[in-house]
Design a protein around this ligand. Structure first.
Ligand SMILES: Nc1ncnc2c1ncn2[C@@H]1O[C@H](COP(=O)(O)OP(=O)(O)OP(=O)(O)O)[C@@H](O)[C@H]1O
Ligand SMILES: [Mg+2]
Length: 269
């Protein structure tokens, strides 16, 4: 998405004046920005800027935020606050976690299937009774899991336990789980953290491929500025929970307020 003047872009996610406080601390402070359908948008800011808190508000882990978070999917706008946290994924929003959220004693395939269980049309009882419909559904989900794992290059590892796998594999398992949900919007919290240089380089291409193959929008938090600059169409910079600037990676990198936010921190812009 070029963002060129005259583009007709459809918003998919709208934050309007979102504020989230913990005790006296305003972790997110009057934040507004829009993500358009098909974009890859980076959310950046120094440690503690409020990025993960933004994601937790979007995914409704936190409900007690002020302001509005709206998702527009197939032309229908939904105020996400009205959606229970467990149903957000059914509205097409899937996420990964800054600290991985996988089940160590399950296989890679089973961890990936967890991403699909909320989408099953049949209920738990039907699955326990193994009704024909439930069995059909399970076969479909396993086929989709196989496709997703193959796309991510980890199909050969599917029967291994998650416990003991290298970080690069675990990150892919989390991404695979989001893809099972057939998402319209994927939100990735520091996908490059803990990856080596080779894996980070591969992630650039992977993020593009996810957008193309699964026809999604991607919002990502990332400290690796090389990755942000390479893959993002636009970047939103925040500090102390407040909006600083939003624009192309190059404009954001040159922005004096953004540069100042990173000064004195152990991070490079
Ligand atoms: N559950 C919580 N309870 C209290 N304070 C919190 C909570 N979660 C986050 N905070 C505080 O809110 C601020 C923003 O935290 P957040 O985790 O959103 O930052 P971040 O931008 O994701 O940082 P990082 O780059 O280090 O992951 C920080 O000051 C943090 O200590
Ligand atoms: Mg964070």
């Amino acid at each position: 998405m070029s963002g060129a003047p005259g583009d007709v872009r459809t918003p998919i996610l709208d934050l309007e004046n979102v504020t989230m406080t913990f005790g006296g601390l305003r972790a997110v402070d009057g934040l507004s920005f829009t993500v358009f359908d098909g974009e890859i948008v980076g959310l950046i800011g120094p440690n503690g800027a409020g990025k993960t808190t933004v994601f937790n508000c979007v995914t409704q882990f936190y409900k007690q935020y002020e302001g509005t978070i709206r998702l527009t999917n197939d032309g229908r706008a939904v105020d996400l606050r009205s959606v229970p946290v467990t149903h957000v994924v059914r509205h097409g929003v899937a996420r990964t976690f800054q600290n991985l959220d996988l089940v160590p004693d399950l296989s890679i395939e089973d961890n990936v299937l967890i991403g699909a269980h909320t989408l099953f049309a049949t209920g738990v009882i039907a699955h326990l009774l193994r009704t024909p419909r439930a069995r059909r559904e399970e076969v479909e989900m396993r086929e989709r899991a196989a496709e997703v794992l193959d796309f991510l290059g980890i199909a050969h590892l599917k029967d291994l336990y998650v416990a003991g796998q290298p970080y690069g594999v675990l990150k892919k398992v989390e991404i695979a789980r989001t893809l099972m949900a057939n998402p319209r919007l994927i939100i990735l919290d520091e996908p490059a953290a803990g990856l080596n240089d080779r894996e980070t380089d591969a992630l650039d291409a992977l993020i593009y491929q996810i957008r193309e193959r699964f026809n999604t929008t991607i919002l990502l938090i990332e400290h690796d500025m090389g990755l942000v600059m390479n893959v993002c169409d636009r970047v939103c910079a925040i500090n102390f929970g407040k909006f600083l600037a939003m624009g192309t990676p190059a404009t954001i990198q040159r922005n004096p307020q953004v540069q100042e936010a990173y000064l004195g921190k152990d991070e490079d812009l």
